[in-house]
Design a protein around this ligand. Structure first.
Ligand code: E4P
Length: 218
């Protein structure tokens, strides 16, 4: 399972990269705004800065909502760096743009997926990734992880190359459940990734090992 970090914060991206387990980054306009990145040139430069930290796919989202605008913006984003994946919303215009990008060899991440039908049509259009938002589904009393299971079954039935990118991950159990199902990628906050490392029995065990060592060795 690939691990992407879902942030535009350079310090957090560096921290995850230093751990040695980071495969890529996803951003969205809200995450860019959270870092105070505004203005076309600053936004583009920020994507380049992220690409210079992580040697893996970096999702950069288009703001345009019409086909022509998405194509223009996506082509400009793809020119920035070979790591860029153009993130396109799940709309009719978005599907047309994904089809166009797939014929041009530009990688795409179809975002804001909340149903199996949306994932199926994005895969048919040639999306490199589909991003089902599992946390946001949980927020409205709908099982987000169950959607990953449904999409896995459909993609396996027809051997789609499109990768399932479990997004809107909120906590370590989301990651573990998505890994059990066979999501290709997960994207989440640094806190959810770091939480996988912790276990109280590990802490207690280590403390005991060190105490026993120190008894004899000072
Ligand atoms: C996916 O690419 C999105 O950026 C993201 O995972 C959304 O997560 P949220 O629901 O925590 O905002």
């Amino acid at each position: 399972m690939k691990f992407f970090i879902d942030t535009a914060n350079l310090d957090q991206i560096k921290e995850a990269e230093d751990l040695g387990i980071l495969d890529g980054v996803t951003t969205n306009p809200s995450l860019m705004a959270k870092e105070g990145i505004s203005g076309a040139n600053n936004i583009l430069q920020h994507y380049v800065n992220i690409c210079n930290i992580v040697d893996g796919p970096v999702s950069a989202e288009v703001i345009a909502t019409d086909y022509e605008g998405m194509v223009k913006e996506g082509e400009d984003l793809a020119e920035l760096h070979s790591n860029i994946v153009v993130k396109v919303p799940m709309t009719k215009e978005g599907i047309k743009a994904i089809k166009y990008f797939s014929t041009k060899g530009i990688k795409t991440n179809c975002t804001l997926i909340f149903s199996a039908g949306q994932a199926l049509i994005a895969a048919k259009a040639g999306a490199t990734y589909v991003s089902p938002f599992i946390g946001r589904l949980d927020d409205v009393s709908t099982n987000g992880v169950a959607l990953i299971e449904q999409i896995r079954l459909i993609f396996d039935n027809y051997m789609f190359d499109t990768q399932i990118l479990a997004a809107s991950v909120r906590h370590p159990m989301h990651i573990i459940e998505c890994a059990e199902i066979g999501a290709d990628v997960m994207t989440g906050p640094l806190s959810a990734i770091l939480a996988l490392i912790n276990h109280p029995l590990t802490d207690n065990g280590l403390a005991k090992f060190l105490a026993d060592y120190n008894k004899l060795n000072g």
